[in-house]
Write a protein that binds this ligand. Sequence first.
Ligand code: AMP
Length: 423
Amino acid sequence: MIRLIRGFRDILPEHTGLWALVEGVARELLENFGFSEIRLPVLEHTELFARGIGADTDIVEKEMYTFTDRNGDLLTLRPEATAGVVRSYVEHGFCASAPVQKLYTMGPMFRRERPQRGRYRQFYQINAEVLGVQSPLADAQLLVLVHEFFSRLGVTDAAVHVNSLGCPNCRNPYKEELKSYLAAKSGRLCQNCLRRKETNPLRVLDCKSEQCAEAVAGAPSMTDWLCDACRDHFAAVLSAAESQGVALVLDPRLVRGLDYYTRTTFEVRTSALGAQNAVAGGGRYDGLVQLLGGPPRPGIGFAVGVDRLVEILAAQKGYPQKCPDVYFACLGDAAKKAGFSLAAGLARAGVAAEMDFDGAGLKGQMKRAGKSGARFVVILGEDELAGQKAQVRNLKTKEQTEQPMEGLVESLARRVKEEKDNG
Ligand code: AMP
Protein backbone atom coordinates (compact mmCIF):
# COMPACT_ATOMS: atom_id res chain seq x y z
CA MET A 1 0.00 0.00 0.00
CA ILE A 2 1.23 3.48 -0.83
CA ARG A 3 0.61 5.82 2.07
CA LEU A 4 0.28 9.56 2.63
CA ILE A 5 3.38 11.70 2.93
CA ARG A 6 4.15 12.62 6.56
CA GLY A 7 2.46 15.88 7.57
CA PHE A 8 -0.07 15.62 4.74
CA ARG A 9 -3.61 14.37 5.21
CA ASP A 10 -6.85 13.57 3.44
CA ILE A 11 -9.93 15.55 4.36
CA LEU A 12 -12.51 12.77 4.31
CA PRO A 13 -16.12 13.04 3.12
CA GLU A 14 -17.58 12.99 6.63
CA HIS A 15 -15.53 16.11 7.39
CA THR A 16 -15.74 18.15 4.20
CA GLY A 17 -19.23 19.47 5.02
CA LEU A 18 -17.80 21.53 7.87
CA TRP A 19 -14.98 22.77 5.64
CA ALA A 20 -17.50 23.87 3.03
CA LEU A 21 -19.58 25.60 5.69
CA VAL A 22 -16.55 27.59 6.93
CA GLU A 23 -15.57 28.52 3.39
CA GLY A 24 -19.15 29.47 2.54
CA VAL A 25 -19.48 31.81 5.54
CA ALA A 26 -16.12 33.37 4.68
CA ARG A 27 -17.00 33.85 1.04
CA GLU A 28 -20.33 35.48 1.81
CA LEU A 29 -18.85 37.84 4.39
CA LEU A 30 -15.88 38.79 2.23
CA GLU A 31 -18.13 39.54 -0.72
CA ASN A 32 -20.42 41.61 1.52
CA PHE A 33 -17.43 43.59 2.74
CA GLY A 34 -16.51 44.36 -0.86
CA PHE A 35 -13.77 41.80 -1.54
CA SER A 36 -13.34 40.01 -4.87
CA GLU A 37 -11.90 36.57 -5.29
CA ILE A 38 -8.54 36.01 -6.93
CA ARG A 39 -7.20 32.52 -7.71
CA LEU A 40 -3.49 32.05 -7.87
CA PRO A 41 -1.11 29.20 -8.66
CA VAL A 42 0.35 27.17 -5.80
CA LEU A 43 3.75 27.15 -7.53
CA GLU A 44 5.84 30.31 -7.88
CA HIS A 45 9.46 31.28 -8.44
CA THR A 46 11.40 30.71 -5.22
CA GLU A 47 12.71 34.27 -5.44
CA LEU A 48 9.19 35.60 -4.76
CA PHE A 49 9.12 34.05 -1.30
CA ALA A 50 12.77 34.68 -0.53
CA ARG A 51 12.08 38.37 -1.06
CA GLY A 52 8.43 38.51 -0.01
CA ILE A 53 8.74 36.60 3.24
CA GLY A 54 12.37 37.39 4.00
CA ALA A 55 15.47 35.25 3.51
CA ASP A 56 16.28 35.03 7.23
CA THR A 57 12.93 33.61 8.36
CA ASP A 58 12.22 30.04 9.45
CA ILE A 59 9.85 29.61 6.52
CA VAL A 60 12.41 30.50 3.87
CA GLU A 61 15.43 29.01 5.62
CA LYS A 62 13.95 25.65 6.56
CA GLU A 63 10.35 25.07 5.59
CA MET A 64 9.88 25.57 1.87
CA TYR A 65 9.20 22.80 -0.63
CA THR A 66 11.60 23.87 -3.35
CA PHE A 67 12.77 22.05 -6.46
CA THR A 68 14.53 22.73 -9.72
CA ASP A 69 12.25 22.41 -12.72
CA ARG A 70 13.41 20.54 -15.85
CA ASN A 71 14.41 23.83 -17.46
CA GLY A 72 16.51 24.85 -14.47
CA ASP A 73 13.98 27.25 -12.84
CA LEU A 74 13.96 27.22 -9.06
CA LEU A 75 10.33 26.81 -7.95
CA THR A 76 8.56 26.65 -4.60
CA LEU A 77 5.15 25.49 -3.39
CA ARG A 78 3.67 28.58 -1.78
CA PRO A 79 4.09 28.70 2.00
CA GLU A 80 1.67 31.65 2.26
CA ALA A 81 -0.55 33.67 -0.03
CA THR A 82 0.35 37.34 0.36
CA ALA A 83 3.48 37.28 -1.78
CA GLY A 84 1.53 35.72 -4.67
CA VAL A 85 -1.30 38.25 -4.36
CA VAL A 86 1.17 41.13 -4.43
CA ARG A 87 3.06 39.59 -7.37
CA SER A 88 -0.20 39.42 -9.29
CA TYR A 89 -1.14 42.99 -8.30
CA VAL A 90 2.17 44.26 -9.63
CA GLU A 91 2.31 41.98 -12.68
CA HIS A 92 -1.16 42.98 -13.90
CA GLY A 93 -0.47 46.68 -13.48
CA PHE A 94 -3.12 47.30 -10.81
CA CYS A 95 -0.68 49.59 -9.02
CA ALA A 96 -1.33 52.18 -11.73
CA SER A 97 -4.69 51.27 -13.26
CA ALA A 98 -6.70 50.46 -10.13
CA PRO A 99 -4.47 50.73 -7.10
CA VAL A 100 -7.22 50.06 -4.57
CA GLN A 101 -7.89 46.33 -4.56
CA LYS A 102 -9.69 44.23 -1.99
CA LEU A 103 -8.89 40.63 -2.75
CA TYR A 104 -9.45 37.24 -1.16
CA THR A 105 -8.29 33.77 -1.93
CA MET A 106 -8.59 30.33 -0.35
CA GLY A 107 -6.46 27.27 -0.74
CA PRO A 108 -3.58 25.08 0.34
CA MET A 109 -0.23 26.34 1.64
CA PHE A 110 2.88 24.19 2.16
CA ARG A 111 5.46 24.38 4.93
CA ARG A 112 7.82 21.66 5.96
CA GLU A 113 7.30 22.17 9.68
CA ARG A 114 7.42 19.47 12.33
CA PRO A 115 3.94 17.92 12.14
CA GLN A 116 1.81 17.92 15.27
CA ARG A 117 -1.80 18.55 16.21
CA GLY A 118 -2.91 21.72 14.40
CA ARG A 119 0.27 21.85 12.35
CA TYR A 120 0.44 20.20 8.97
CA ARG A 121 2.74 20.40 5.99
CA GLN A 122 -0.15 21.08 3.68
CA PHE A 123 -2.69 23.31 5.39
CA TYR A 124 -5.41 25.63 4.20
CA GLN A 125 -5.89 29.34 4.56
CA ILE A 126 -8.52 31.93 3.78
CA ASN A 127 -6.66 35.13 2.91
CA ALA A 128 -7.89 38.68 2.51
CA GLU A 129 -5.70 41.55 1.33
CA VAL A 130 -6.41 45.26 0.91
CA LEU A 131 -3.95 46.95 -1.41
CA GLY A 132 -3.49 50.66 -2.03
CA VAL A 133 -5.19 51.94 1.12
CA GLN A 134 -3.37 53.75 3.90
CA SER A 135 -6.47 54.72 5.88
CA PRO A 136 -6.79 53.17 9.34
CA LEU A 137 -10.36 52.33 8.34
CA ALA A 138 -8.97 49.56 6.13
CA ASP A 139 -7.22 48.02 9.15
CA ALA A 140 -10.36 48.43 11.23
CA GLN A 141 -12.53 46.89 8.54
CA LEU A 142 -10.38 43.77 8.53
CA LEU A 143 -10.66 43.53 12.32
CA VAL A 144 -14.45 43.91 12.10
CA LEU A 145 -14.59 41.28 9.36
CA VAL A 146 -12.48 38.79 11.28
CA HIS A 147 -14.50 39.36 14.44
CA GLU A 148 -17.78 38.88 12.59
CA PHE A 149 -16.47 35.75 10.89
CA PHE A 150 -15.58 34.03 14.16
CA SER A 151 -18.76 35.06 15.92
CA ARG A 152 -20.93 33.97 13.00
CA LEU A 153 -19.32 30.55 13.17
CA GLY A 154 -19.96 30.45 16.91
CA VAL A 155 -16.33 30.52 18.06
CA THR A 156 -16.96 32.28 21.34
CA ASP A 157 -13.53 32.43 22.89
CA ALA A 158 -11.65 34.02 19.97
CA ALA A 159 -9.55 36.90 21.29
CA VAL A 160 -8.22 39.45 18.82
CA HIS A 161 -4.73 40.56 19.92
CA VAL A 162 -3.45 43.73 18.31
CA ASN A 163 -0.28 45.82 18.30
CA SER A 164 1.38 48.49 16.20
CA LEU A 165 4.91 48.02 14.87
CA GLY A 166 5.22 51.63 13.77
CA CYS A 167 7.15 52.59 10.64
CA PRO A 168 10.90 52.42 9.98
CA ASN A 169 11.23 55.99 11.33
CA CYS A 170 10.05 55.14 14.80
CA ARG A 171 10.88 51.44 14.83
CA ASN A 172 14.61 51.85 14.24
CA PRO A 173 15.25 53.90 17.39
CA TYR A 174 12.96 51.48 19.28
CA LYS A 175 14.99 48.53 18.00
CA GLU A 176 18.17 50.12 19.36
CA GLU A 177 16.51 50.57 22.73
CA LEU A 178 15.30 46.97 22.65
CA LYS A 179 18.78 45.72 21.70
CA SER A 180 20.34 47.36 24.71
CA TYR A 181 17.60 45.97 26.94
CA LEU A 182 18.23 42.47 25.53
CA ALA A 183 22.01 42.82 25.83
CA ALA A 184 21.52 43.16 29.58
CA LYS A 185 19.40 39.95 29.59
CA SER A 186 21.79 37.84 27.48
CA GLY A 187 22.30 35.27 30.20
CA ARG A 188 18.60 34.45 30.23
CA LEU A 189 17.87 34.08 26.50
CA CYS A 190 17.58 30.83 24.52
CA GLN A 191 20.24 29.96 21.90
CA ASN A 192 18.01 31.13 19.07
CA CYS A 193 17.33 34.49 20.68
CA LEU A 194 20.99 35.06 21.52
CA ARG A 195 21.50 35.23 17.77
CA ARG A 196 18.25 37.04 17.00
CA LYS A 197 18.74 39.78 19.58
CA GLU A 198 21.24 41.33 17.15
CA THR A 199 19.75 40.46 13.76
CA ASN A 200 16.04 40.58 14.49
CA PRO A 201 15.42 41.76 18.06
CA LEU A 202 11.65 42.10 17.65
CA ARG A 203 11.42 38.34 17.18
CA VAL A 204 12.77 37.79 20.69
CA LEU A 205 9.58 39.37 22.01
CA ASP A 206 7.39 36.53 20.76
CA CYS A 207 9.77 33.66 21.41
CA LYS A 208 7.78 30.72 22.75
CA SER A 209 10.44 29.62 25.24
CA GLU A 210 9.52 30.29 28.85
CA GLN A 211 12.92 31.71 29.80
CA CYS A 212 12.74 34.29 26.99
CA ALA A 213 9.15 35.22 27.87
CA GLU A 214 10.36 35.94 31.41
CA ALA A 215 13.38 37.85 30.18
CA VAL A 216 11.33 40.19 27.99
CA ALA A 217 8.56 40.76 30.56
CA GLY A 218 9.88 44.25 31.32
CA ALA A 219 11.03 45.12 27.77
CA PRO A 220 10.12 48.50 26.31
CA SER A 221 6.95 48.49 24.19
CA MET A 222 6.86 49.63 20.58
CA THR A 223 3.62 51.49 21.22
CA ASP A 224 5.49 53.86 23.59
CA TRP A 225 7.88 54.71 20.76
CA LEU A 226 5.42 55.38 17.95
CA CYS A 227 5.88 58.62 16.01
CA ASP A 228 2.91 60.99 15.90
CA ALA A 229 1.64 59.71 12.55
CA CYS A 230 1.83 56.05 13.64
CA ARG A 231 0.27 56.81 17.02
CA ASP A 232 -2.67 58.60 15.37
CA HIS A 233 -3.07 55.79 12.87
CA PHE A 234 -3.14 53.14 15.59
CA ALA A 235 -5.59 55.13 17.72
CA ALA A 236 -7.91 55.50 14.73
CA VAL A 237 -7.75 51.74 13.99
CA LEU A 238 -8.65 50.89 17.58
CA SER A 239 -11.47 53.37 17.88
CA ALA A 240 -13.07 52.41 14.55
CA ALA A 241 -12.89 48.69 15.36
CA GLU A 242 -14.16 49.18 18.88
CA SER A 243 -17.04 51.34 17.62
CA GLN A 244 -18.28 48.15 15.93
CA GLY A 245 -18.15 46.11 19.09
CA VAL A 246 -14.83 44.38 18.40
CA ALA A 247 -13.11 43.63 21.71
CA LEU A 248 -9.35 43.99 21.25
CA VAL A 249 -6.51 42.82 23.46
CA LEU A 250 -3.59 45.27 23.25
CA ASP A 251 -0.53 43.07 23.10
CA PRO A 252 2.89 44.76 22.95
CA ARG A 253 4.56 41.33 22.52
CA LEU A 254 2.83 40.69 19.19
CA VAL A 255 5.40 41.25 16.44
CA ARG A 256 6.46 40.33 12.97
CA GLY A 257 10.11 40.25 12.28
CA LEU A 258 10.49 41.91 8.92
CA ASP A 259 11.04 45.51 8.00
CA TYR A 260 8.27 45.79 5.47
CA TYR A 261 5.69 44.99 8.14
CA THR A 262 4.40 48.27 9.45
CA ARG A 263 1.89 49.59 11.92
CA THR A 264 -1.11 47.38 12.70
CA THR A 265 -0.46 43.72 13.41
CA PHE A 266 -2.96 41.28 14.86
CA GLU A 267 -3.58 37.68 15.73
CA VAL A 268 -6.70 35.75 16.71
CA ARG A 269 -6.12 33.22 19.47
CA THR A 270 -8.33 30.67 21.14
CA SER A 271 -7.84 28.54 24.21
CA ALA A 272 -9.34 25.55 22.39
CA LEU A 273 -6.20 24.71 20.44
CA GLY A 274 -3.48 23.98 22.96
CA ALA A 275 0.01 24.94 21.82
CA GLN A 276 -1.01 26.04 18.32
CA ASN A 277 -3.34 28.73 19.66
CA ALA A 278 -3.30 31.11 16.69
CA VAL A 279 -6.19 30.64 14.32
CA ALA A 280 -5.65 33.79 12.25
CA GLY A 281 -2.99 36.42 11.83
CA GLY A 282 -2.51 39.57 9.86
CA GLY A 283 -1.11 43.02 9.56
CA ARG A 284 0.09 45.89 7.47
CA TYR A 285 2.91 45.47 4.99
CA ASP A 286 3.34 48.93 3.54
CA GLY A 287 6.79 48.10 2.15
CA LEU A 288 5.98 44.86 0.36
CA VAL A 289 4.63 46.05 -3.00
CA GLN A 290 7.78 48.05 -3.57
CA LEU A 291 9.98 45.20 -2.40
CA LEU A 292 8.36 43.00 -5.06
CA GLY A 293 9.08 45.44 -7.85
CA GLY A 294 6.07 47.77 -7.76
CA PRO A 295 5.74 51.43 -6.86
CA PRO A 296 5.22 52.30 -3.19
CA ARG A 297 1.70 51.14 -2.35
CA PRO A 298 0.42 50.24 1.11
CA GLY A 299 -1.15 46.90 1.93
CA ILE A 300 -2.76 45.01 4.76
CA GLY A 301 -4.14 41.51 5.03
CA PHE A 302 -4.86 38.48 7.15
CA ALA A 303 -4.87 34.71 6.92
CA VAL A 304 -7.24 32.37 8.72
CA GLY A 305 -5.98 28.83 9.32
CA VAL A 306 -8.88 26.68 8.18
CA ASP A 307 -7.55 23.37 9.56
CA ARG A 308 -7.44 24.80 13.06
CA LEU A 309 -10.76 26.57 12.76
CA VAL A 310 -12.47 23.37 11.62
CA GLU A 311 -10.88 21.55 14.55
CA ILE A 312 -12.32 24.06 17.02
CA LEU A 313 -15.78 23.88 15.49
CA ALA A 314 -15.73 20.09 15.38
CA ALA A 315 -14.78 19.97 19.06
CA GLN A 316 -17.62 22.37 19.91
CA LYS A 317 -20.42 20.93 17.81
CA GLY A 318 -19.18 17.88 15.95
CA TYR A 319 -19.23 17.43 12.21
CA PRO A 320 -22.62 18.00 10.58
CA GLN A 321 -24.00 14.73 9.20
CA LYS A 322 -24.96 14.68 5.57
CA CYS A 323 -28.29 12.92 4.98
CA PRO A 324 -30.30 12.41 1.80
CA ASP A 325 -33.86 13.76 1.86
CA VAL A 326 -35.28 10.73 0.09
CA TYR A 327 -34.03 7.17 -0.17
CA PHE A 328 -35.35 4.73 -2.78
CA ALA A 329 -35.68 1.08 -1.85
CA CYS A 330 -36.54 -0.80 -5.02
CA LEU A 331 -37.30 -4.49 -5.51
CA GLY A 332 -36.63 -5.96 -8.96
CA ASP A 333 -35.15 -4.58 -12.15
CA ALA A 334 -38.23 -2.72 -13.37
CA ALA A 335 -38.63 -1.01 -9.98
CA LYS A 336 -34.94 -0.09 -9.95
CA LYS A 337 -35.34 1.60 -13.31
CA ALA A 338 -38.34 3.55 -12.06
CA GLY A 339 -36.49 4.50 -8.85
CA PHE A 340 -33.47 5.55 -10.88
CA SER A 341 -35.57 7.95 -12.91
CA LEU A 342 -37.46 9.33 -9.89
CA ALA A 343 -34.22 9.86 -7.94
CA ALA A 344 -32.71 11.75 -10.88
CA GLY A 345 -35.88 13.86 -11.16
CA LEU A 346 -35.67 14.75 -7.46
CA ALA A 347 -31.98 15.59 -7.64
CA ARG A 348 -32.74 17.91 -10.57
CA ALA A 349 -35.50 19.51 -8.51
CA GLY A 350 -33.00 20.29 -5.74
CA VAL A 351 -33.86 17.41 -3.40
CA ALA A 352 -31.07 15.14 -2.20
CA ALA A 353 -32.10 11.69 -3.34
CA GLU A 354 -30.26 8.41 -3.11
CA MET A 355 -31.04 4.88 -4.21
CA ASP A 356 -29.76 1.46 -3.43
CA PHE A 357 -28.24 0.28 -6.71
CA ASP A 358 -27.48 -3.28 -5.74
CA GLY A 359 -29.67 -4.01 -2.73
CA ALA A 360 -31.66 -7.18 -3.13
CA GLY A 361 -33.95 -7.62 -0.11
CA LEU A 362 -36.31 -5.00 1.28
CA LYS A 363 -35.11 -5.50 4.83
CA GLY A 364 -31.50 -4.72 3.98
CA GLN A 365 -32.46 -1.70 1.93
CA MET A 366 -34.69 -0.33 4.70
CA LYS A 367 -31.83 -0.76 7.14
CA ARG A 368 -29.52 1.22 4.89
CA ALA A 369 -32.21 3.87 4.41
CA GLY A 370 -32.46 4.26 8.18
CA LYS A 371 -28.69 4.42 8.54
CA SER A 372 -28.44 7.09 5.83
CA GLY A 373 -30.51 9.49 7.97
CA ALA A 374 -33.02 10.08 5.13
CA ARG A 375 -36.34 11.74 5.98
CA PHE A 376 -38.37 9.66 3.56
CA VAL A 377 -37.97 6.27 2.04
CA VAL A 378 -39.84 5.41 -1.15
CA ILE A 379 -40.59 1.71 -1.56
CA LEU A 380 -41.11 0.40 -5.08
CA GLY A 381 -41.82 -3.23 -5.93
CA GLU A 382 -43.74 -5.19 -8.56
CA ASP A 383 -47.13 -4.49 -6.98
CA GLU A 384 -46.44 -0.78 -6.78
CA LEU A 385 -45.35 -0.64 -10.40
CA ALA A 386 -48.44 -2.55 -11.52
CA GLY A 387 -50.68 -0.11 -9.64
CA GLN A 388 -48.51 2.91 -10.57
CA LYS A 389 -48.25 3.75 -6.88
CA ALA A 390 -45.36 4.03 -4.42
CA GLN A 391 -45.17 3.53 -0.67
CA VAL A 392 -43.74 6.65 0.96
CA ARG A 393 -42.59 6.24 4.52
CA ASN A 394 -41.67 9.11 6.80
CA LEU A 395 -38.78 7.68 8.77
CA LYS A 396 -39.25 10.08 11.65
CA THR A 397 -42.97 9.61 12.27
CA LYS A 398 -43.04 6.06 10.80
CA GLU A 399 -46.20 7.08 8.96
CA GLN A 400 -46.54 5.34 5.59
CA THR A 401 -48.82 6.42 2.74
CA GLU A 402 -49.49 5.28 -0.78
CA GLN A 403 -48.85 7.91 -3.44
CA PRO A 404 -49.51 7.87 -7.19
CA MET A 405 -46.35 7.61 -9.29
CA GLU A 406 -47.66 10.43 -11.41
CA GLY A 407 -46.46 13.70 -9.91
CA LEU A 408 -44.41 11.86 -7.27
CA VAL A 409 -41.33 14.04 -7.78
CA GLU A 410 -43.37 17.20 -7.17
CA SER A 411 -45.24 15.82 -4.17
CA LEU A 412 -42.04 14.52 -2.54
CA ALA A 413 -40.26 17.80 -3.18
CA ARG A 414 -43.16 19.61 -1.47
CA ARG A 415 -43.16 17.29 1.53
CA VAL A 416 -39.38 17.54 1.97
CA LYS A 417 -39.63 21.31 1.93
CA GLU A 418 -42.46 21.25 4.50
CA GLU A 419 -40.44 18.97 6.77
CA LYS A 420 -37.43 21.25 6.52
CA ASP A 421 -39.48 24.38 7.17
CA ASN A 422 -40.89 22.73 10.29
CA GLY A 423 -37.38 21.77 11.40
P1 AMP B 1 0.86 32.72 9.21
O1 AMP B 1 0.81 32.77 7.71
O2 AMP B 1 2.06 31.97 9.72
O3 AMP B 1 0.63 34.07 9.86
O4 AMP B 1 -0.36 31.81 9.63
C1 AMP B 1 -1.70 32.22 9.57
C2 AMP B 1 -2.57 31.12 10.12
O5 AMP B 1 -2.41 29.94 9.35
C3 AMP B 1 -2.18 30.70 11.52
O6 AMP B 1 -2.84 31.50 12.47
C4 AMP B 1 -2.63 29.26 11.58
O7 AMP B 1 -3.99 29.20 11.96
C5 AMP B 1 -2.48 28.80 10.17
N1 AMP B 1 -1.25 27.97 10.01
C6 AMP B 1 0.01 28.41 9.82
N2 AMP B 1 0.86 27.37 9.68
C7 AMP B 1 0.10 26.25 9.79
C8 AMP B 1 0.39 24.84 9.73
N3 AMP B 1 1.62 24.37 9.51
N4 AMP B 1 -0.64 23.98 9.88
C9 AMP B 1 -1.89 24.42 10.09
N5 AMP B 1 -2.22 25.71 10.15
C10 AMP B 1 -1.24 26.63 10.00
